[in-house]
Ligand binder design. Structure first.
Ligand code: NAP
Length: 491
């Protein structure tokens, strides 16, 4: 497959196949899937695409290698994971370009994701050395008690296309660090980024079968995970709808589940904030990765005293964002990831308009491009709760503006959703910041911080946005079982 004029040949990944038992292999049935560049709809390349038999093979390898991998010391496992981080950093430019080509985000955003992936591997490599147990004081003279940690077992990971490396690394790195073995599946739209990550694991010397990469049917993958008893945990990032289906299935096998699901984050601006600065941060936060971010702000509550000024500045900045192929220097907004994402954005905007919203900028597919999935950064005014955009997760470059009068009113409005992933507050008043942090129902709260995710801090949602936390010590513990050991002494 040849590269197009604007697309350099891919340096990494070199592979186009599944990685099972330490070998790059074709799918048993010979299946392939084209990977499409959303910037121009061209075929970048084709990758092997598996079915149930391939998923079973990958799971079997992870089951086979679990006893030896878990018996290594945390220090030995850490050497490989830290080496992986180093190799990711060495290959960062090539990996970032690959990600941009298959996912659409501008290269600087892709590079930041690659670097965060490296940081995640390094942090968990170190942190697993500190997964201490506990000595618990005894209440009977001749007994001793302790709690020790044990890896949960084989782990299956399922991740979406919007952050194809970072989201998988939040599962793979802690799982491997504590001694679990892994089978991972990327989204069909973005397999190359995860192939690239697996090439780094291979180059770092990860023993064969410890981490396996399956690309193929998602339902058959889920069947393979659920039906193999030795798979003890499934870690899923994706929509609340699919997450609920997987939670229901987990009941039959009592599998551990980590769920990173949808969000509908409020961004709240109080009148003491610097309006121009916050409007800039809000627009950049909103249109990062085209709003296709689980923690993307998607309901903007602006205090009525500053609503007019904020709106004027935000509209002006949004209108002037540079849209284009993410490979081109200076691009601030790339294409959306596929045609159906544009259709969904348009549906939500049309519904809002029909219910009385005003389109302050954007509101339609961009007419500047013959090919590719480009949607104009959109700002909506006169928004209210009758509109779908305030009730459904938008996952689109659309910024609905609302206003509020009091702290109590805005907390109630912000919490009025089944989601509880992220929330953002802009204020310089410590009391307001504290009351908001305590009152908002969200697992991640950025106070004057539009980009809060970092490897050492817990990430995850309340309510229907998820179960459990990734990253931080919580993200490590979720791959560990606690074993209580009670020792009766002689005499
Ligand atoms: P999705 O439809 O739930 O898909 C997510 C992944 O699951 C995809 O790889 C998909 O593959 C696979 N999948 C779908 N149905 C499945 C099933 N029955 N069994 C096993 N796997 C299945 O979500 P999406 O629309 O691609 O991704 C966007 C969603 O992810 C948004 O809701 C977003 O908020 C959420 N998200 C959450 C976080 C977080 O950390 N909380 C982070 C990023 C994204 P196929 O499509 O090929 O079937």
């Amino acid at each position: 497959m040849s590269a197009t004029a604007t697309e350099p040949a891919l340096e990494f990944p070199k592979q186009r196949r599944l990685f099972i038992g330490g070998q790059w292999v074709e799918a048993i049935g010979g299946g392939h899937l084209d990977v499409i560049n959303p910037a121009d709809e061209s075929v970048i390349t084709a990758v092997a695409h598996g079915r149930r038999a391939d998923a079973d093979r990958a799971v079997a390898e992870a089951v086979k290698t679990f006893p030896t991998w878990k018996s290594l010391t945390a220090y030995d496992r850490a050497k490989i994971l830290k080496k992986t981080a180093e190799i990711i950093r060495e290959r960062a430019d090539a990996l970032a370009r690959t990600m941009t080509m298959e996912q659409g985000k501008p290269v600087p955003e892709a590079r930041a994701e690659v670097m965060q992936t490296a940081d995640t591997f390094e942090w968990f490599a170190e942190e697993a050395k500190r997964s201490y147990g506990r000595i618990i004081p005894n209440s009977v003279m001749n007994k001793r008690h302790m709690a020790i940690s044990h890896p949960v077992g084989v782990v299956g990971t399922i991740t979406p296309w919007n952050f194809p490396m970072a989201l998988a690394s939040r599962k793979i790195a802690p799982a491997l660090a504590v001694g679990c073995t892994v089978v991972s599946r990327p989204a069909d739209q973005t397999p190359l980024s995860l192939i690239g990550l697996f090439e780094c694991l291979e180059a770092a010397g990860l023993p064969a079968g410890v981490a396996n990469l399956y690309i193929g049917s998602s339902r058959e993958f889920a069947d393979a995970l659920f039906e193999e008893h030795a798979v003890r945990k499934i870690s899923f990032t994706g929509s609340t709808e699919v997450g609920k289906e997987l939670i229901r299935r987990s009941a039959d096998h009592v599998k551990r589940m980590s769920m990173e699901l949808g969000g509908h984050a409020p961004l709240i601006v109080f009148p003491d904030a610097d309006v121009a600065q916050v409007a800039q941060a809000a627009v950049i936060g909103k249109f990062r990765n085209n709003g296709q971010v689980c923690i993307s702000p998607s309901r903007f509550f602006i205090h009525e005293k500053i609503a007019k000024e904020f709106t004027e500045i935000a509209v002006e900045i949004a209108r002037n964002l540079k849209m284009g192929n993410g490979l081109d220097a200076g691009t601030q907004v790339g294409p959306m990831f596929e045609a159906k994402a544009i259709a969904k954005a348009q549906e939500l905007v049309d519904d809002a308009r029909a219910h009385g919203a005003s389109i302050l900028t954007g509101g339609c597919r961009s007419s500047k491009f013959d090919k590719g999935f480009y949607y104009e950064p959109t700002v909506l005014g006169n928004v209210d709760k009758s509109m779908r955009i305030l009730n459904e997760e938008p996952f689109a470059p659309v910024m609905p503006l609302l206003s509020f009068g009091s702290l109590e009113e805005v907390i109630a409005a912000a919490n009025n959703t089944p989601y509880g992933l992220a929330a953002y507050v802009f204020t310089n008043d410590l009391t307001t910041a504290t009351r908001m942090a305590e009152g908002l129902e969200a697992g991640i709260i950025g106070i004057n911080d539009p980009v809060p995710a970092t490897p050492q801090c817990p990430f995850g949602g309340m309510k229907e946005s998820g179960l459990g936390r990734e990253l931080g010590v919580e993200g490590l513990e979720s791959y560990l079982e606690t074993k209580y050991v009670s020792i009766g002494l002689r005499g």
